[in-house]
Design a protein around this ligand. Structure first.
Ligand SMILES: *Cc1c(COP(=O)(O)O)cnc(C)c1O
Length: 427
């Protein structure tokens, strides 16, 4: 028989776990332990030599278990399984998405460097860039969704810091409007400013799409990051993060993680292993539901614009990029309600099945108002430019029956009195 390459979803139950090492248990137990017993002092010495990079690994040698801040079976198996979706050499899991992102920024940026990033960014990332990286002297340039690649190149040249460009950081599709950024084009800009001594890195936060349908490493990115709190965890019951990339970069990420001590706990890693088994079926259902919801909203008289990748018009630039880098539209839908904050709030307050909460990617559908909630910290002028207005509502679509979701939307939209705000502002 010919060798067969299993699909990632087929490997999520077993990959990387050896039952014979755990009394034959079909499921990987929780290794709720801080430290591991060495067979001999010589073995302990050999493990530490590898962990601290004091010598090269010999062929087939694997880093032995030492201490749960450095390694732990639950974390290692989880990391091996996450590598399958993105076809990455290695992965590091973190105690939150923010700790994954901030560890990458801290490891690869130093005072005087230039960071280019796409807007809009997740609020926490935006805050870290403007309130922490600024303070330690990292220069930054933000790119707006409608800026062309030649404009971006020119901005980098005009900054006078082109030789200091160290990283391009992007989020695509972007939260909350599903704006899409061309990873391949940004990777080409990074190449253009790279030299033999210094490679400009491309880092992509892939949380909003999740690990199934967009693979930034295959589009030229060097690092991909996730808030595993979202689709990967998928049940709104934990906080975690992940970074993936090639072996050389991941050694650096893992080394900084060892010394910051911001790895995920064995218990959370174990919950994530359980979550990964259903990642594909959850996301298939969520995307299918999201398309039904987006189509429904698109035809509703109280809705002005729907921002959903599955509704992009053929021939537009966004559609071309979408077709090139994504294989499904995902499960995040946002839309402009006719009216303003009052109408948006009336809609949110009247939902019965969908819950009014931030976060995304879980099995239950959630709704929120980006301008006053997730994006409340963003500069007002920029918010307008990015379509984050009083009218905008964001939905994260779950695994419920789509008919029930539509019923809920219908009844909540029917409670809005259109025109109330208009009349008030006219007098
Ligand atoms: C939630 C989120 C984060 C932060 O992740 P945490 O797990 O909450 O720390 C980062 N980026 C995006 C796009 C997110 O949605």
């Amino acid at each position: 028989m010919k060798e067969h390459d299993f699909n990632p979803e087929s490997l999520m139950m077993t990959y990387g776990y050896k039952p014979e090492l755990s009394e034959g248990a079909i499921k990987c137990p929780i290794f709720q332990t801080s430290t591991f017993v060495f067979k001999t002092a010589e073995e302990g010495k050999a493990f530490f030599e590898l962990a601290y990079g004091l010598r090269e690994k010999s062929p087939k040698e694997e880093l032995g278990l030492i201490y749960s801040r450095i390694n732990n079976p639950n974390l290692e198996i989880l990391e091996n399984r996450l590598c399958l979706w993105d076809k990455a050499d290695d992965c590091a899991v973190f105690e939150s998405g923010m700790s994954a992102i901030s560890t990458v920024l801290l490891e690869f940026l130093k005072p005087g460097d230039l960071l280019v990033y796409s807007n809009p960014l997740y609020g926490g990332t935006d805050h870290f860039i403007h309130h922490f990286l600024d303070k330690i002297g990292v220069h930054t340039i933000g790119v707006m969704p409608d800026q062309r690649m030649d404009e971006v190149t020119q901005m980098i040249k005009d900054s006078g810091k082109a030789d200091k460009l160290a990283m391009i950081f992007m989020e695509t599709p972007a939260n909350p409007t599903n704006d899409i950024v061309d990873i391949e084009s940004f990777s080409q800009i990074a190449k253009q400013f790279s030299t033999d001594e210094k490679k400009v890195l491309v880092a992509v936060d892939n949380t909003y799409m999740g690990p199934l349908w967009q693979h930034p490493l295959q589009c030229g990115a060097d690092l991909v990051m996730y808030s595993a709190t979202k689709y990967i965890g998928g049940h709104s019951d934990l906080i975690a993060g992940a970074v993936l990339g090639n072996a050389e970069l991941m050694i650096r990420v893992k080394t900084l993680r060892t010394f910051l001590g911001n790895m995920v706990s064995p218990h959370t890693a174990w919950l994530l292993l359980r979550s990964l088994e259903t990642l594909k079926i959850r996301m298939d259902q969520q995307t299918q539901n999201a398309q039904v919801v987006a189509n429904y909203l698109n035809n509703h008289s109280k809705v002005e614009n729907v921002y959903y990748l599955g509704l992009l018009e053929e021939g537009t630039e966004a559609h071309i990029i979408y077709k090139k880098q994504c294989s499904a539209p995902g499960a995040m839908v946002s839309f402009d309600i006719v009216g303003g904050e009052k109408e948006a709030f009336a809609f949110l307050n009247n939902l019965k099945l969908m819950k009014l909460a931030v976060s995304l990617g879980g099995t239950e559908s959630l709704a929120e108002h980006p301008k006053t909630m997730t994006h409340a910290g963003v500069d007002l002028g920029q918010m307008q430019q990015m379509n984050i207005t009083d009218q905008l509502v964001r939905l994260s679509i779950g695994v419920e029956n789509a008919k029930d979701l539509i019923w809920d939307l219908e009844q909540a939209l029917s409670k809005i009195e259109i025109g109330a705000t208009l009349e008030l502002t006219e007098v």
